[in-house]
Design a protein around this ligand. Structure first.
Ligand code: NAD
Length: 479
């Protein structure tokens, strides 16, 4: 595959420093292309290109025109679903069927925001007589987007889709571990008629290109998805310029299962919520809290399901692919070795197929039982296919466990009792709650984001449009 370059001001360009970064295929750990290693000078060029677009053709485009460009982009992405899926699967290691779903979701994000572009409006406010007061929503200007490696297409789509729909010009710094699909989509955006400079992509390391973007004085808003530690750094850098930041930082999301739940319906969802993307999902259902009366029977069933899971290269299209890189693999191993050291029992695990290259970054999905509340495995994000099972005796204990981490992104509640569904949904601390389902299949339309260490601000759905705009109040005194 040919060398990947930055996309700045409608042109492909090498890094100003001339350096590159090797891109590894997580399925075999081997390099297959290189990326431009972006510098502060590259970020500066991209921010200036975005500003010119904002002050020029893109800033002048009507909301309906912006919607039409996004709709054409959505059609182009849909037409190239297979090509994008192949690229994403190789780059991230995820099974092909999942990468196809991600490409379909990307098309849907652009479709949704295409339709939303001319539906956002302000209000008129009752005020003293002799005045008319109205509010209008304006784009921030140039928005910065720092994208992680776990769902490059989807996270790019949700954030850039909403930012472009509202008239911002974007500078994107995708993750050094996986950014090929995002570069391809930038090319499709140009084909869809997006004016030069309205979308710029600078690849490179976080501490170089990412940090240069977060602290650039020409950026008016930052959207970051990734780890809490980096989120804090990005916030500090953005604060130097008083730039607002939307943060999505992952979680330790609980699924609470009561004895009266439909366990046949719950079982496959409990498994897929942690196995999808090899557990490298911010909203992974990484804790299962089970009412004591059904703890052993449900654990048995979960154990059987885990034992049937098969892990292999992305093109083998199994239940699970490899982890993204050796660092992530080591992180998961460290968690599992802590579990072993502290006597936490492994209830079951899946299997890495023998044909999987030894140099790939594989990890068998693992079910841990009786994880003590307060243990690292019960509180911290592993970001791998590791499910922690815990038991509870009543609603209050379930809630204490569910709310017993610093995170608050997503929660699942499984029960047939309607009053209990609502009691818990109101008391659980999280940005989304799913009752008798989990994740609602991605839900492009559903506002998404966390509380506490999971971050703040909302992406996805119509709600995201508010985050990518600023409200201006205009008071007219006419007597
Ligand atoms: P990270 O937060 O460091 O990286 C995410 C993005 O931020 C990447 O594009 C990266 O280049 C950029 N970045 C890194 N350092 C930066 C800096 N100083 N300034 C600006 N941008 C910077 O995540 P990681 O190191 O790739 O993964 C570590 C852990 O983070 C994972 O194990 C997981 O727990 C968590 N994570 C969460 C998500 C999520 O979706 N919430 C995604 C990826 C990783």
């Amino acid at each position: 595959m040919e060398e990947a370059r930055h996309f700045i001001g409608g042109e492909w360009c090498a890094a100003s420093g001339g350096e590159t970064i090797a891109v590894l295929d997580p399925s075999d750990g081997q390099p297959f292309t290189v990326l431009a290693r972006g510098t502060a000078a590259d970020i500066d060029a991209a921010v200036h290109a975005a500003r010119r677009a904002f002050d020029g053709a893109w800033g002048a485009a009507s909301a309906a025109e912006r919607g039409r460009v996004l709709y054409r982009l959505s059609m182009l992405v849909a037409a190239r679903q297979e090509e994008l899926a192949q690229l994403e699967a190789r780059d991230t290691g995820k099974p092909l069927k999942q990468a196809r779903g991600d490409a379909a979701a990307l098309a849907r994000y652009f479709e949704f925001y295409a339709g939303a572009a001319d539906k956002l409006h302000g209000e008129t406010l009752p005020y003293q007589s002799g005045y008319t007061v109205l509010t209008i929503r304006e784009p921030h200007g140039v928005t910065g987007h720092i994208v992680p490696w776990n769902y490059p297409m989807q996270i790019f789509g949700r954030s850039v889709g909403a930012a472009l729909a509202t008239g911002n010009a974007c500078v994107v710094k995708p993750a050094e571990d996986a950014c090929l699909s995002v570069l391809r989509v930038a090319e499709l955006a140009a084909e869809a008629g997006l004016p030069v400079g309205a979308l710029n992509i600078v690849t490179g390391y976080g501490h170089e290109a990412g940090a240069a973007l977060a602290r650039h004085p020409g950026i008016d808003h930052i959207s970051f998805t990734g780890s809490p530690e980096t989120g804090k750094l990005v916030t500090q850098m953005a604060a130097e310029n008083h730039v607002p930041v939307t943060l999505e930082l992952g979680g330790k999301s609980p699924q609470i299962v009561f004895a009266d739940a439909d366990l046949d319906a719950a079982l496959p969802v409990l498994v897929s919520a942690i196995v999808q993307n090899a557990g490298q999902t911010c909203s992974a259902g990484s804790r299962v809290l089970i009412e004591r009366a059904i703890y052993e029977p449900l654990l048995d069933r979960l154990g059987n399901a885990f034992q049937a899971l098969r892990v292999g290269p992305s093109h083998a299209d199994l239940d699970c692919g490899p982890l993204i890189n050796a660092k992530q693999q080591q992180r998961v191993w460290d968690f599992l070795s802590d579990a072993q050291h502290d006597g936490i029992a492994m209830a079951a695990h899946g299997e890495v197929i023998p044909e999987a290259p030894e140099s790939g970054f594989y990890q068998a999905p693992t079910l841990l039982r009786d994880v003590p509340a307060g243990h690292r495995l019960a509180c911290d994000e592993v970001f791998g296919p590791v499910l922690a099972a815990m038991s509870f005796s009543d609603e209050d204990e379930a809630l204490a466990l569910a709310n017993g981490t610093q995170y608050g992104l997503v929660a699942g509640i499984w029960t047939r009792d309607g009053a209990r569904q609502m009691r818990l949904a109101r008391r659980v601390r999280s940005g989304q709650v799913f009752i008798n389902n989990y994740g609602a299949g991605g839900g492009v339309e559903l506002p998404f984001g966390g509380v506490r260490h999971s971050g703040h601000g909302r992406e996805k759905g119509f709600e995201a449009l508010y985050g990518f705009t600023v409200l201006k109040t205009i008071a007219i005194r006419h007597g």
